[in-house]
Design a protein around this ligand. Structure first.
Ligand SMILES: Nc1ncnc2c1ncn2[C@@H]1O[C@H](COP(=O)(O)OC(=O)CCCC[C@@H]2CCSS2)[C@@H](O)[C@H]1O
Length: 359
């Protein structure tokens, strides 16, 4: 019988191995996921963070099918271009760590380095990844936000990012996880993250948008496997680890309730949209019958208020009625609400709001 992750975990670190024989020197953990399911990979990462012995450094490497991953405290409507996302048929996922929004596909490799909180240092983990990239003959550097960059644009000197990082710090353990663009679809990345909603003012965390390039633009021979080997080598050197790599796939976790629950929870409205911090959005539109403004306030993905005004103030009773009907509805899902239809102007305004909120 093939050992599952729980059984392996119960056996203790000395015997941690799915694909290779146990090593007597094994005391640390290096995992590579063969799954490209972002729901599995993010859940597995969280589970390792929660379950693994606090004192042991741990490395996980994975790639995901195309998706957009937003930070724990972000506003998806401010970060993600939903029209482009639907066109490309890709999901967005709210992860559990802080920080900004990134695009993943199979040309992007994610690394996750877990350490005891007492020895955790973002600069040191960034340097580890930098050493790995440099070992591939790429003249990379780390900027003041600990992102790995390669060169800069001559025009404005802005750093060219090949990687983005985020962190999660718990009581006694912390992780640094990040992306590495190797051969990603940069045009899709640009499309799905292109949002210009200046009048959307949001609490929570805003992404720090930066120019990006793939490592292959600097060294065409770099592949996922070469980067993976380079990070594993750098991790082993840094923490004096000889343990073989543990390869995992989603089927190994079918008997782990934490992972299964987490995989179910990620796409649910309560987590994906319902965790959105408070925001306001002010929009205007000229209709045949007048100029309209909508001032929307939303928290936890629900419309708290929507104040609709028109330049002809003598005729606004129908708008007050509409305001009241919008209160309490889920932002971005007005098209799913029954009984919201009206005729004439009401219908036109509703259609406008549906489109604005779903974009
Ligand atoms: N894949 C990828 N890699 C590097 N940079 C990216 C990527 N996608 C987008 N970007 C650029 O980074 C900014 C956001 O930068 P910002 O610094 O705000 O956010 C991040 O970097 C978050 C990284 C999260 C990494 C996790 C690792 C495993 S699960 S997700 C975005 O606007 C783009 O300009």
């Amino acid at each position: 019988m093939r050992p599952t992750l729980t059984r392996l975990l119960q056996r203790g670190p000395r015997h941690f191995s799915i694909s290779q024989s146990p090593s007597p020197t094994a005391k640390h953990s290096i995992y590579v996921s063969h799954s490209s399911d972002p729901y599995f990979n993010l859940s597995f990462e969280d589970w390792l963070f929660k379950e693994k012995p606090v004192q042991e450094p741990l490395l996980l490497i994975y790639r995901d099918k195309p998706c957009v991953v937003i930070g724990r405290n972000q506003n998806p409507w401010k970060e993600v271009n939903f029209l482009a996302l639907r066109r490309a048929s890709i999901p967005f996922i709210r992860r559990r760590s802080g920080g900004g929004t990134v695009y993943h596909d199979m040309g992007n490799t994610n690394f996750s380095i877990h350490l005891p909180r007492s020895s955790f240092n973002r600069h040191a983990t960034a340097q580890l990844v930098l050493r790995a990239v440099r070992s591939l003959d790429i003249d990379a550097s780390v900027n003041d936000r600990n992102d790995v960059c390669v060169g800069h644009y001559k025009m404005n000197f802005s750093d060219i990012h090949v990687s983005g990082s985020a962190y999660k710090i718990a009581k006694d353990r912390a992780y640094h996880h990040g992306t590495m663009l190797i051969s990603s679809q940069i045009s899709t990345l640009g499309d799905v993250l292109h949002v210009s909603k200046e009048s959307m003012i949001t609490r929570g965390v805003a992404s720090v948008r930066s120019p990006v390039k793939n490592l292959q633009e600097f060294s065409p021979a770099v592949t996922h496997d070469k980067f993976l080997q380079a990070v594993v080598r750098a991790f082993r050197e840094e923490y004096h680890i000889e343990e073989p790599v543990q390869y995992v796939q989603a089927e190994d976790a079918t008997d782990i309730p934490y992972i299964q629950d987490s995989m179910e929870k990620f796409p649910e409205w309560d987590w994906a949209f319902g965790q959105t911090p408070e925001f306001t959005y002010s929009i205007s539109r000229t209709f045949r019958w007048g100029n309209m403004t909508a001032n929307i306030r939303s928290k936890h993905g629900v419309i708290l208020s929507c104040s609709l005004t028109i330049d002809d103030t003598s005729d606004s009773e129908w708008l007050d009625r509409l305001d009241r009907r919008l209160e309490g509805q889920r932002y971005g899902f007005l098209d799913e609400v029954t009984g919201l239809d009206g005729c004439g102007r009401t219908q036109e305004v509703l259609q406008w709001l549906i489109e604005e909120m779903a974009s």
